[in-house]
Design a protein around this ligand. Structure first.
Ligand code: MCN
Ligand code: CUN
Length: 796
């Protein structure tokens, strides 16, 4: 069993755990989850509902010669079989992606990755639908596949997207950030330069619940109700209106309980569209839910970045500049979900937590015969790759300079007085105190003692490693003037209603997949207007019930929607003042606020609680001009900047010299996400993310053979970390509020997934350094570690 140890804040440093609005409140949503009463897409059963199943391509690259559906159609229970040809007739064969590309809903011309959607069967039950798939005869003319991104731009590489007019190669985009000339100049005069190719392999978010949808098209009035596993129901509605040509006000999207998203449920998959088409064609509701292999083989992957990194420093260890060229494998369709201006997401925060003179990166995106996607698995819009790159480079530099990696970091951190800090690629870091977090994690770890222990063990030939990672994230996209997805500005709405009896409903535009929004968003309202969280219902996940907003990913819920909720509550509080004044027959300026109540300045016994004011608002008192007879408000919050959470992680590993097996013995994580709403939920997010990190660092990869066969398409091959592989997490925290966020909070949902892999890999390399090992690519499976120990790097 895993027991977490949570260390208190560092009182000496002036930190205090000041969680807002009831702190460690137990999650309001858990009574239904722990009783098995959650309501997921697959729990939805509608009268007359049919079931869909997708025929997928067994090969990665092939011309589609013919499809014969006659036998499948004749199978008992089958109602319809839909092919790409049928979709061409409906103008639905191709759908726009989130990155201004198009993606095939069903194959019309050729298959571009293994597992791609070829045909859709609709039947009376799941079994009939699945059985009928086997009766569809497809003839493929198999083509050579391009699988390795390094080969994608070779002149003779097979062209994945030859359906695009005039396209003769697999190049998608070139993008850069920072100043190349300035960076080259700094490198030219540096004492020390280290270079390393660093690969962040393709991985997968693999949520417990796979993706699915239930589509219910009502032909009489032309309305579509779509239940789907979506992290962004409002954005999906707009896209469905555009793709399917159904007026937006006739579409209702419901995302009920979601069994984990981790980025997997940001995009719109062909299966969702096919469920809608199936419902339109048959006139009945249609359910489609994918199985595990379909999820692993065809939905949004993560990472797949090949990074050539270089870092320049003085011989005393002052880091001067970082530069990198990245090859980004986007698979067969560019379906990554990034803000439009940023095709490589927020990768250009690869300058990390250090005060540099210059930085430059280029990113080239390419098509390959692999599944599309690219934003997923707690990635903070590619901050994961960025942090991994810079934290590996800093460690390699420390090794070269024979400096302690903690000391090197401490020497180069951006200092507290430098915030707000404008980095060399254009980000303005809002606030931070890096040294404090680093020193706290070293104190919890007993860093000096660990180094002593390591020295002793090394003398005995034992392989113990200590790895550090310090990360800065950029989370909470917008502001909308800089950030949009398919033209939709990244802002979020909130509506708050206080009913006459003083009970409240807050409606939000983001969508929980397990993060506990029903609890924490109630806590924000409770803090701001002083009614208890149990009296506040949080409504989300239904476009008919909630205001427009861009949804949950990039840990943006607290930074953006949380800001909206704080502001809408303040708006209600302000309105309550005017109503209270009318009730008390006094002037609003004569009233003072204490949590939950407006009272007369100088006469605290005379006042009105929020509940009394709510009743008053709906009662008979004459309200001042311009004040409606309710205690409701709404806002749309467009954040002025992102928030920049950070953390200091230390990992201790033991490597078995005989087998290469890595045991993560200890892991210390100090996180700073500004003002903390619910410390228990934060710890849960951190524990989950650290576990993800162990998975990625040690076990997980979606690999392909040369023909494009996916070798990670089941949980037999794609390994999920369990309590067996992880240590007792030791967490701590510091609190550096965001100066621009209404309650000072920064995001936390992806921090640990972003920050932990480099700490683990740095620890492994540290353990192996007496053998001359300076780098090893993830996942550090026993085989790879053993090969590295023999001085045989694994062939790329
Ligand atoms: N929180 C808090 N105080 C803060 C910051 C956050 O109490 N200062 C709380 C929030 O109120 C929220 C939770 O922590 O209840 C996470 O908040 P936030 O950092 O805003 O992240 P989001 O809610 O936007 O969640 C998205 C993030 C992402 S992008 C991925 S990927 C991921 C993650 O959350 N997917 C998850 N954590 C997940 N956790 C679960 N259980 N399931 C997923 O699919
Ligand atoms: Cu990138 S995974 Mo989260 O942003 O949904």
């Amino acid at each position: 069993m895993t027991v977490a140890v949570d260390h208190p804040a560092n009182p000496a440093a002036g930190d205090e755990d000041r969680p807002i609005g009831y702190g460690r409140l137990q999650r309001k949503e858990d009574p239904r989850f722990v009783r098995g009463k959650g309501h997921y897409v697959d729990d939805i059963v509608l009268p007359g509902m049919l079931h869909g199943a997708i025929l997928r391509s067994p090969v990665a690259h092939a011309r589609l010669v013919s499809i014969d559906t006659a036998a499948a159609l004749a199978h008992p229970g089958v109602v319809a079989v839909i092919t790409g040809k049928d979709l061409l007739g409906l103008n639905l064969a191709w759908a726009p992606t989130l990155s201004a590309d198009v993606q095939a809903v069903l194959v019309t011309d050729k298959v571009r990755f293994q597992g791609q959607e070829v045909a859709f069967v609709v039947a009376e039950d799941r079994y009939a639908a699945r059985d009928a798939l086997e009766l569809i005869e497809v003839e493929y003319d198999v083509l050579p596949a391009v699988i390795d991104a390094r080969q994608a731009l070779a002149p003779d590489a097979p062209v994945v997207r030859d359906e695009i007019e005039g396209r003769t190669d697999n190049h998608i985009f070139d993008w850069e950030a920072g100043d190349a000339a300035e960076t080259d100049a700094v490198f030219a005069s540096a004492d020390v330069i280290v270079s390393q190719e660093i690969v962040y392999p393709r991985s997968h978010p693999a949520p417990m619940e796979t993706c699915g949808a239930v589509a219910d098209f009502e032909p009489i009035d032309g309305t579509l109700t779509l239940y789907e596993t979506s992290q962004a129901p409002h954005a999906h509605r707009t896209l469905f209106a555009i793709v399917a040509g159904i007026p937006e006000h006739k579409i209702r999207i419901v995302s009920p309980d979601i069994g984990g998203g981790f980025g997997n449920k940001v995009g719109i998959y062909p299966g969702y569209i096919l469920a809608v088409v199936g419902s339109i064609v048959t006139g009945k509701p249609v359910k489609w839910v994918e199985d595990r292999s379909e999820n692993l083989m065809s939905t949004s992957f993560a990472r797949d970045y090949i990074m050539q990194g270089e870092i320049a420093a003085t011989k005393e260890g002052k880091i001067l500049a970082v530069r990198t060229n990245v090859l980004a494998d986007h698979g067969a369709f560019n379906a990554t979900a990034q803000p439009t201006k940023y095709p490589a997401g927020f990768f250009h925060i690869f300058t990390g937590s250090y005060d540099l003179q210059a930085a430059h990166c280029t990113v080239t995106g390419v098509y390959t015969n692999k599944a599309p996607g690219g934003v997923a698995y707690a990635c903070s819009f590619r901050v994961t790759e960025a942090v991994y790159l810079v934290e590996r480079l800093v460690d390699i530099l420390a090794h070269k300079l024979e400096m302690d990696p903690a000391e090197l970091r401490l020497k180069n951190f951006i200092k507290p007085e430098q915030f707000p800090y404008l980095n060399k690629t254009g980000w303005e870091y809002d606030s931070g105190n890096y040294e404090r977090a680093m020193r706290l994690s070293m104190e919890i770890a007993g860093y000096d003692e660990l180094r002593r222990e390591q020295k002793e063990k090394r003398e005995r030939g034992e392989l113990m490693g200590i790895g550090i990672s310090f990360f800065t994230e950029t989370v909470g996209a917008g502001p909308r003037k800089h950030m949009d997805i398919v033209g939709l500005g990244m802002a979020d709405g909130a509506e708050l209603r206080i009913h006459p009896t003083g009970k409240a409903v807050v409606r939000i535009s983001v969508q929980s997949q397990g993060q506990g929004h029903e609890t924490t968003f109630a806590q924000i309202v409770a803090e701001e207007i002083g009614i208890p969280p149990e009296d506040i219902e949080v409504v989300h996940g239904d476009t008919d019930q909630t205001p427009f907003g861009l949804g949950t990913y990039g840990s943006r819920s607290t930074p953006v929607s949380g800001g909206a909720v704080a502001l809408v509550a303040r708006k209600v509080r302000e309105k309550a003042k005017f109503i209270a004044a009318a009730m008390l027959e006094t002037r609003p300026e004569d009233l003072e606020w204490e949590k939950g109540r407006w009272f007369v300045k100088g006469d605290p016994s005379v006042g009105k609680t929020i509940a009394e004011i709510a009743m008053g608002a709906h009662g008979t008192v004459t309200l001042p001009e311009g004040i409606d007879g309710n205690l409701d408000a709404e806002v749309t919050y467009d954040p002025p900047n992102l928030t920049f959470p950070f953390g200091a992680y230390i990992c201790v590993v033991d490597v078995d010299p005989g087998t290469g097996h890595v045991k993560v013995r200890r892991f210390i994580a100090v996180d700073d996400c500004g003002t903390r709403i619910n410390p228990m939920i934060i710890e849960g997010q951190v524990h989950g993310g650290l576990t993800d990190g162990v998975g990625m660092a040690l076990m997980q990869i979606i690999e392909f053979d040369e023909a494009g066969n996916n070798l990670g398409g089941s949980f037999m091959d794609y390994l999920i970390p369990t309590a067996m592989e992880v240590p007792n997490w030791e967490t701590g925290f510091t609190v550096t509020p965001s100066p621009h966020h209404p309650i000072g909070a920064k995001g936390i949902g992806e921090s640990a997934t972003v920050g932990s892999p480099p700490a683990i890999v740095n620890a492994i390399v540290d353990a192996l350094s007496p053998l001359g090992v300076t780098h090893i690519d993830m996942p550090c499976t026993p085989a790879r570690v053993w090969e590295a120990m023999q001085g045989r790097a694994r062939p790329p």
